[in-house]
Design a protein around this ligand. Structure first.
Ligand code: ME8
Length: 520
């Protein structure tokens, strides 16, 4: 047996200029679910997330608060780490761009780009957006009604002039277009790919990549007074995490990254600048860059008890961690924008989790506890209905893998829950409670088939609802080493006679606080 295939997945690194918001939570959960899926599917996964501590935005926010950028970053970085813990984000490494290792990596990459003649000193004059930490061409800016000039993301831009180092981006136009052409999956989803291609076809200007007006950044090697433009060091984080420039590091085996999961607003940095830097330095480019959509709050009226629902910590406390994760991944088709509302999340919790899966598990496992001596029942011969349901469950892995080619977790969940729906119809149609008296052997078979479907569903639900899926697998006495995808289907069938623990609910219904009060 060879070594398992590697899979390196990253999120963007967030600006710790404030507390994490729902968009950060969404991105972390998406990447985590993909990482978990790949681990369960036998890959050697490295999953990294972290914070982007430098730049003008950090400097300005810190100045406003009267603290140093470092203090600002320390305070908020702790919250980003807490968010990862609170949302069960199973990162292998949480990176900070103030780590000495990151300075070394950024400076090494810079020197490689100097060596090949891609960096030169010049003067920059142009429009800069502090909010986006990006330069824009005048043609990309517009004047609003108040005469304020705005960049393409709608943020104010300022005229900036300074001596700066440039990266010879203009020299990479053809190689980038060739990259997009020969790797149609390099940028996803499709719409983002088209935007990038037309941007690059429009012609690339050299990129200003150093600053003399601020000191909060990675020093440019051999150039006192210059710090790197924040995006140069930020993108390099993906290499730092793997030990770069030490390409003998055991972690270096993960490069190139399999996917950078990022938001749609920063696709240009990842799909244009980043591969150009890497090509310049003679390093392989990532395999894919995927720009997910944005999560919005439609301003729906929230229950008072819910409080500030956009705070991911409050969301997790109010609805539950697995419930929130399920909502993000089921409700928002990956790649599209999504809306968050209290009603939508409660509906998902109560319909999909509590009713469809939770009730089925509770009813079938309680019957097993009462009528089958608390052991996995011994099935008799399977009928066509049994075979059909088992085949549907056994067919899920192939479907899930296909959907995951495009990280379509919403499709994976829709397929898995379609089988939960089938299992519910089967259970209702077979009426095992009636069989208890008329045909106990048949009842045992129906309960066995139902439990077996629950096992498959729970294994596949682990990437999204890790705690609840784990509890369901506990209730089915599935050993820790039998929870990976290679135990799905016939390979891991429940063994009749295995003792099961006393059943307990996995997904409680969400009850509005007002209703709880009336009940009390
Ligand atoms: O862009 N919904 O940091 P950031 C979904 N430091 N995703 C959202 C979102 C929303 N409402 N708002 C932001 C940066 N995001 C840089 C990245 S990577 C080398 C450097 C996403 O804190 C955003 O698209 O502004 C990005 O992927 C991530 O959150 C961090 O955003």
């Amino acid at each position: 047996m060879g070594h398992p295939e590697t899979f390196y997945i990253t999120t963007a690194i967030s600006y710790p200029n404030g507390a994490p918001h729902i968009g950060h939570a969404y991105e972390a959960v998406v990447a985590d679910a993909i990482a978990r899926f790949k681990r369960l599917d036998g890959y050697d996964v490295f999953f990294m997330t972290g914070v982007d501590e430098h730049g003008l935005k950090m400097t300005q926010t810190a100045a406003k608060e009267g603290i140093s950028p470092r203090e600002l970053s320390d305070r908020n970085t702790a919250l980003f780490q807490e968010m990862c813990d609170a949302l069960a984000v199973s990162r292998d490494r949480f990176i900070r761009t103030t780590e000495p290792a990151h300075y070394a990596a950024s400076q090494a990459l810079w020197k490689r780009m100097v060596e090949v003649g891609d960096i030169y000193l010049g003067t920059y004059a142009g429009w800069y957006s502090v909010r986006d930490e990006a330069f824009y061409d005048e043609s990309e800016t517009t004047l609003n009604a108040d005469g304020v000039r705005l960049g393409p993301q709608g943020t104010p831009v300022e005229w900036t002039e300074e001596q700066t180092y440039f990266f010879r981006l203009s020299a990479y136009q053809d190689r980038l277009l060739e990259l997009y052409e020969s790797n149609p999956d390099f940028i996803g989803p499709e719409g983002r790919r088209n935007e990038v291609i037309s941007f690059v076809k429009g012609g690339l200007q050299d990129l200003s990549i150093s600053r003399t007006t601020l000191t909060w950044g990675v020093p440019v090697p051999d150039a006192p007074g210059h710090v790197m433009y924040v995006w140069v060091d930020a993108l390099t984080n993906y290499l730092t995490g793997l030990g770069y420039p030490d390409t003998q590091s055991p972690r270096w085996r993960y490069w190139p990254a399999d996917v950078h999961i990022i938001g749609k607003d920063i696709v240009r940095f990842h799909a244009v600048y980043w591969p150009a830097f890497l090509m310049s330095a003679g390093l392989p480019v990532p395999k894919r860059v995927f720009g997910h959509g944005f999560l919005f709050n439609r301003g729906e009226k929230m229950s008072k008890s819910v409080g500030n629902v956009i705070d991911p910590f409050a969301l997790a406390r109010t609805y539950g961690v697995d419930q929130l994760r399920y909502f993000f991944l089921r409700e928002v088709p990956f790649g599209q924008d999504g809306n968050y509302s209290h009603e939508a999340i409660v509906n998902r919790i109560n319909a999909d989790l509590a009713n469809d899966l939770g009730n089925l598990a509770q009813r079938s496992l309680s019957m097993i506890a009462k009528n089958c001596d608390g052991k996995v029942p011994e099935p008799g011969p399977f009928t066509a209905a049994d075979e059909a349901l088992l085949a549907a469950a056994d067919g899920l892995l192939a479907k899930a893998r296909a959907a995951m080619q495009n990280f379509a977790l919403h499709t994976v969940l829709a397929d898995v829950w379609a089988v939960v729906g089938e299992a519910n119809r089967y259970f209702a149609g077979q009426e095992p409670w009636a069989l208890r008296k008329t045909d106990p052997a048949r009842m045992a078979t129906v309960l066995y088939v139902t439990a077996e479907v629950l096992r498959n569903v729970a294994i596949l639900a682990q990437p999204v609802t890790p705690a609840a899926a784990g509890r369901l697998l506990d209730l089915l006495s599935v050993a820790e080493d039998k929870r990976r995808f290679d135990s799905l289907g016939p390979a891991g069938r429940l063994v009749p006679g295995t003792a099961l623990p006393a059943p307990a609910p996995i997904f409680p219904r969400f009850v509005e606080e007002e209703q709880q009060e009336t009940k009390a």
